[in-house]
Design a protein around this ligand. Sequence first.
Ligand SMILES: [Zn+2]
Length: 279
Amino acid sequence: MLAKRLITILPDLTMEEAMEITKIHSIAGELKRDGLIMNRPFRMPHHSVPINTIIGGGKIPKPGEISLAHNGVLFLDELAEYGRSTLEALREPLEEKEITINRLNGNYRFPCNFMLIASTNPCPCGYLGDEEKECKCTEQEIHKYLKKISGPLLDRIDIQIEVKRPKYEKIMSKNKNETSLDIRKRVNNARNIQVERYKKFGIYSNAQLNSRLMAQFCILDKRGEMLLEQAFIKLKLSVRAHERILKVARTIADLDGEKCINYKHIAEAIQYRSLDKFI
Ligand SMILES: [Zn+2]
């Protein structure tokens, strides 16, 4: 449910993004009507579809789901059910934001700058860690189940959260929650801060920062620095995870309207790596 709602809080599409989305859908033969597509795509390929459908391919290569999700969301429900080769094939596009398909008559390059959302049960029965219901799986079964999600793939997922079964009172609560529209305003504000900050450098978001720009724009306070160092050692984080925590913290600071990243922002970003410990 959360994954499907995410699309409603993403920043507004720019004209350039809308053109890219429309072009890809057009060559894939997926354009349903005339005119530009003005919404961010949400793609949800089933785990049983072949790898080519997800990555792209065919005799005359066509964009796959990762490209149809360009500038939008690719949602993989029950991540551990997807084939290992499909999951591993996602690593390159997640990094490069484009995919090259080689054929005898030439190479085809499709953009695929998508946001990956994935969900998984913690074990085959789904109750591992549940406070009320007992997990019936053996350690071996759990290990086999989660083994498909490799460390390198997990490393590329910035935010990993354990979602507990909500209490009944919470589902029925009449408390007014923040609407998508309100949240989207905050997201757009944070995006505008980034567009402004990076306009000289030809990028528009924290995710696109290279290490040189990170040194310039991801400045930590002393406490934050210490906290990150401790987490790096204790959680045995990779260099990539370290970099990603910094970028997420930069975004949290932007949502807060803060110029510098402080320890609270870092603490929140570290908290979002819960699967690193788990798996
Ligand atoms: Zn279980």
